[in-house]
Design a protein around this ligand. Structure first.
Ligand SMILES: *Cc1c(COP(=O)(O)O)cnc(C)c1O
Length: 239
């Protein structure tokens, strides 16, 4: 087995264990491989190990790797900060966008997809989106404040060509109760909003804390380091 395959097996069995412990069916939890700073060749190896869902943070970096990997059936997720002038590229190159935190961004994504449909792209799949919530109200973090979520859901859920799947959070380090608060918020939307039936995704948990996140109800964990090893190359924005 390659290192990547072994790492992936280990993460998957940790997910399975925590699911068993918490009596969650483990097909409820999706493992996203966070491949920022990793080369296309590395992604290809992880794909060969069975991984299909990959997440990227930086648009230009992602686009150049995607161009090298068009022969693979990868489902691409965008988990970085969204710049408003980049929404067109996001809409056409990703299956999921996790960090929508303003109505205007969702409107632009929806509009770009409408244009693609007009141009004759038939059976245009919907773009899956999550609303990022700044669950710990940190100045340094993106995301809407928890109390703003309900109104955003109301407006975004009616936009065409988008499938509003749930929320995404990045809690403060070692702030485990944030996972529980996020879960309560996620469920409260379901109850209050006759939400779209596709409201099924609570995106939370990274290498250091995905087990706690799953125990609190995460349905999608975003794991980089535990799969690929520490990111040695300096992370820098290139878009
Ligand atoms: C980098 C990143 C991750 C993965 O972090 P690891 O600690 O390497 O698992 C998850 N989510 C977001 C939003 C990230 O930027």
């Amino acid at each position: 087995m390659t290192d990547f395959a072994a790492n992936r097996q280990q993460v998957l069995s940790q997910i399975e264990n925590i699911c068993q412990k918490c009596k969650i069916s483990d097909n409820k939890v999706t493992l996203l491989a966070v491949s920022k700073t990793q080369s296309a060749a590395v992604i290809r190896s992880m794909y060969a190990a069975g991984q299909r869902f990959f997440a990227e943070n930086y648009l230009q970096e992602a686009l150049s790797k995607q161009a090298d990997l068009t022969d693979l059936a990868i489902e691409w997720h965008f988990i970085g900060q969204i710049q408003r002038n980049k929404t067109r590229d996001l809409a056409s190159n990703f299956a999921w966008v996790h960090c929508v935190d303003r109505l205007m961004i969702a409107q632009r994504l929806s509009q770009h997809l409408a244009e693609q449909v007009e141009k004759g792209a038939d059976d245009q799949p919907r773009l899956n989106i999550c609303i990022q919530v700044n669950i710990d109200r940190e100045d340094s973090k993106a995301g809407c404040l928890p109390e703003a979520l309900a109104e955003l859901v109301e407006h975004i859920s009616v936009l065409p060509h988008l499938s509003l799947r749930g929320i995404m959070v990045i809690p403060e380090l070692k702030h485990q109760d944030a996972f529980l608060r996020a879960q309560v918020l996620f469920e409260s939307v379901r109850v209050q909003h006759r939400t779209p039936h596709d409201w099924d995704t609570l995106s939370m948990g990274m290498s250091a804390d995905f087990a706690d996140a799953i125990a609190a109800g995460s349905t999608m964990v975003r794991v980089g380091t535990a799969l690929f090893g520490a990111r040695t190359n300096l992370e820098k924005r290139i878009d």
